[in-house]
Design a protein around this ligand. Structure first.
Ligand code: MG
Length: 292
């Protein structure tokens, strides 16, 4: 099952699809929540209705759809893992002229919900705010089952599905404040989508190609098998003493190839087109737009 929130024929819909081409609008079905988090929270109860919907004729074709952020205003900040691919950790220390230190435990931060945008939304670049805007393609995990102190063995059972996240970062703010939240929390800095793919379609989330293209040029090109901390460890460590709830979102870190670490740096400019892609999920497209 593939889930999408979208606009078509002047209406906002929540759709489900078998193939990502034709979507059945769930907002026309009675008794099924019209938002994805509502559906996730009560998924078992609605599964039969979803299967019925999938057997019906699609209400919308992908070609007539404008995709929106699948979870446009999460109840909590989006959880993020920093420094989770070895080559990305190395490029970061190298760019700062420091010796590489790999983390012993996952490093967490969050992005506020006001940062969330969807497919084809513009990512603002305000010169009063930053002159060092950068991209980071990441596999996004959507939690499906609430839990606390989740073991590695049980971790994957707590996942509902997957999306693509671009952890857009203002590197100058990140440095100035000497932590991640400020530089990664600005409005428009959490593109997400275009869809959420149910976990049943992704049998091995640790074997997905993950790429970022800027204006068609491949900047990041890796595979989720290269994560330092895999999804099981991330969920175990994040849920230690802290409840993870259905509908929570985790961005799981970015591979090497980010703009600030390039020689010369390849930071984002007005008009740049970012295409973040994770195998089996889709391509998340956003253009940088200078504002202010
Ligand atoms: Mg990141």
């Amino acid at each position: 099952m593939i889930f999408a929130r979208y606009e078509a024929r002047g209406k906002t819909a929540l759709g489900v699809s078998n193939d990502g081409k034709g979507f059945v609008d769930l907002t026309t079905l009675s008794g099924v929540p019209g938002d994805l988090v509502g559906l996730i929270r009560d998924f078992a109860r609605h599964e039969a209705a979803l299967k019925g919907a999938l057997a019906a004729k699609p209400t919308h074709q992908a070609s007539e759809i404008r995709f929106l952020a699948p979870i446009p205003s999460p109840d909590k900040n989006v959880f993020c893992v920093g420094r989770n691919y070895k080559e990305h950790v190395e490029e970061g220390f190298r760019a700062r002229g420091q010796e590489t230190k790999l983390p012993q435990f996952p490093q967490f931060f969050t992005k506020p919900r006001t940062a969330v945008v969807g497919q084809d939304d513009e990512v603002p670049l305000d010169p009063k705010v930053t002159s060092a805007l950068d991209y980071e393609v990441e596999l996004g995990v959507i939690i499906g089952k609430t839990g606390k102190n989740i073991s590695q063995a049980a971790a994957l059972d707590h996942i509902f599905g997957y999306t693509v996240i671009n952890d857009v970062t203002a590197r100058d703010l990140q440095r100035r404040h000497d932590q991640w939240f400020k530089g990664k929390g600005i409005d428009g800095s959490c593109p997400m989508g275009p869809v959420v793919v149910h976990k049943s379609r992704i049998p091995d989330p640790q074997g997905l190609n993950i790429t970022m293209r800027v204006n068609g040029e491949t900047r990041q090109n890796s595979n989720t098998k290269h994560m330092i901390f895999d999804l099981k460890v991330i969920i175990e460590q994040l849920s230690l003493g802290m409840t993870l709830e259905a509908g929570d979102i985790i961005a799981t870190g970015t591979p090497s190839g980010v703009g600030f670490a390039m020689t010369p740096p390849g930071l984002l400019r007005n008009g740049d087109l970012m295409e973040a892609e994770v195998e089996g999920i889709g391509v998340l497209r956003n253009r940088v737009k200078q504002v202010g």
